[in-house]
Design a protein around this ligand. Structure first.
Ligand SMILES: *Cc1c(COP(=O)(O)O)cnc(C)c1O
Length: 490
């Protein structure tokens, strides 16, 4: 593992800080089987059956493995309609580790985003943030607001080595405030480890400065805390002055600069479902409880079963352990470093929740119209049964005004790692398959849409390979590695 940074010392092996008590068998498939499965799925990895997938790196959302302690907690679920003891435990745990005074439980992260947006955003408002997230922006827009991106420019450049690519550009932030006026800014939406930038963290210095800037002008700051503990780990390992501060204390400080948070428990909190809105302002929390009762469930369960709240409380406690984060993020770094050593182009620096293959540089023979990231995700599945997802021109969709494909600077395949689910051996299999594909990249065909849904097309679109039936053809091009763009006309 990457944890022995002293490269000159003898290598000491590293292993996951847990052992396996229960196993879930996965189906081993043949290449022939996978070729058929991906063709039936229209070459879209979202349309594969999970049973046909060997190593599933589609997402880290709700795919976590719970601990024995969490499963034991499931049996202690108090399924009372009102006042469940598990709610008290969850709220106390959130106050202990995140520091917020009031917790409003929700069915998952977007439930919290919905409530916060409804309560704070008025028609015509602008909400600055360090890059959008799909559901967050949608709820801001549905409430009449408009998201304004104030992330630093480096976040948009896959080759920039900036250690905190999630940082807020303070000049951009002040310009937005000056332009639209303080009264039209309900809050700053601050993301910790920015998902859409590739899991890139924000520094404590930047959190302090951006929050101070907003608070000095009476603008509240709400944190998207979905991966805030992972961000705390990056601050500890990358930012001067935090080497000796615990992950838990760093998390507490991050939150202390903000007025509340929305949370998808399906990530950091090590559970499969759930979320919350946490707030310090008693009056706002009371109004949030009223909305919770309408849209989520009673304010002491908000769409979660008692057992789910217990599992989340215990998951939060486990999530702030240094050893856990060291293993979780270490696994991502391990996979990324194996790929970098082999010269595979990925987004750098390596982020917190996954590896992003740069399909533009991986498949230079495929123009963006030939959907290189979509093709690469399909080819990877055929090669080894590893499932990733496209984050490029297909995900970007069409401009509703012009009907043209939205420009997408990034053309990526995301390999997202579920927490505590796979071993280092699974990472080796994944890396070897990607490296092998990189060596025979000219064997990968481009794709064309055969079905394109009107909205969020990446979920359900279907494709056909250009110039042949298979996405990955070993007989293809081996003798003429540079002439492959001709296939576009085949
Ligand atoms: C997943 C996610 C959300 C939404 O949470 P859900 O639990 O999927 O509703 C919000 N913000 C970020 C950064 C996320 O990754």
């Amino acid at each position: 593992m990457p944890h022995n940074n002293g490269k000159s010392r003898t290598r000491r092996s590293w292993a996951e800080p847990y052992k396996i008590k229960m196993v879930e068998p996965i189906k081993m498939t043949t290449r022939e089987h996978r070729e058929q499965a991906i063709a039936e799925a229209g070459f879209n990895t979202f349309l594969l059956r999970s049973d046909d997938v060997y190593i599933d790196l589609l997402t880290d959302s709700g795919t976590n493995a719970m601990s024995d302690n969490q499963w034991a907690g499931m049996l202690l679920g108090d399924e009372a309609y009102a006042g469940s003891r598990n709610f008290d435990h969850l709220q106390d745990t959130i106050t202990k580790y995140y520091g917020y005074q009031h917790t409003i439980p929700t069915h998952q992260g977007r439930g919290a985003e919905h409530i916060l947006s409804m309560l704070t955003i008025r028609d015509g408002d602008s909400i600055p943030g360090n890059m959008y997230f799909t559901t967050t922006r949608m709820h801001q827009e549905l409430a009449g607001g408009q998201f304004v991106d104030v992330i630093i420019d480096e976040a948009h450049d896959p080759t920039s080595q900036h250690p905190f690519k999630g940082n807020i550009d303070l000049d951009k932030l002040q310009s937005v405030i000056d332009e639209v006026g303080v009264v039209h800014i309900p809050y700053l939406c601050m993301h910790a480890t920015v998902n859409m930038a590739g899991g890139q963290p924000i520094s404590m210095a930047n959190i302090r400065a951006a929050s101070k800037m907003c608070h000095d002008q009476n603008i509240p700051v709400f944190l998207d805390a979905t991966r805030a503990v992972e961000n705390a780990y990056f601050i500890k390992t990358r930012e001067d002055g935090f080497e000796n501060t615990s992950v838990a204390d760093i998390l507490k400080e991050i939150c202390s600069h903000t007025d509340g948070c929305t949370m998808s428990g399906k990530k950091d909190c090590l559970v499969n479902i759930g979320g919350f809105l946490a707030l310090n302002d008693a009056e706002l929390a009371d109004r949030a409880r009223n909305e919770c009762v309408i849209y989520e469930g009673l304010h002491t369960y908000g769409g979660m079963a008692g057992r789910d709240m217990e599992a989340m409380a215990r998951g939060i406690e486990e999530s702030v352990s240094f050893d856990h984060q060291h293993a979780r993020i270490g696994q991502v770094i391990y996979l990324g470093e194996r790929l970098l050593e082999a010269g595979v182009p990925i987004v750098e620096p390596i982020g917190g929740h996954g590896i992003f293959l740069d399909a533009r540089r991986f498949l230079p023979h495929l123009a963006q119209e030939l959907l290189p990231a979509q093709a690469l995700a399909a080819a990877l599945y055929v090669d080894s049964g590893v499932r990733g997802m496209e984050r490029g021109v297909v995900s970007a969709g069409r401009d509703p005004e012009t009907g043209e494909n939205r420009e997408s600077r990034l053309e990526l395949v995301r390999l997202t790692l579920p927490r505590r689910v796979y071993t280092q051996a699974h990472m080796d299999v994944t890396a070897e398959s990607v490296i092998d594909l990189y060596e025979k990249r000219n064997h990968i065909r481009g794709l064309a849409f055969s079905y394109e849904p009107d909205h969020l097309r990446f979920f359900r679109a279907r494709f056909t390979p250009i110039g042949g039936k298979q996405i990955l053809d070993d007989a293809l091009y081996s003798s003429l590695p540079d002439a492959v763009s001709d296939t576009a006309n085949a």
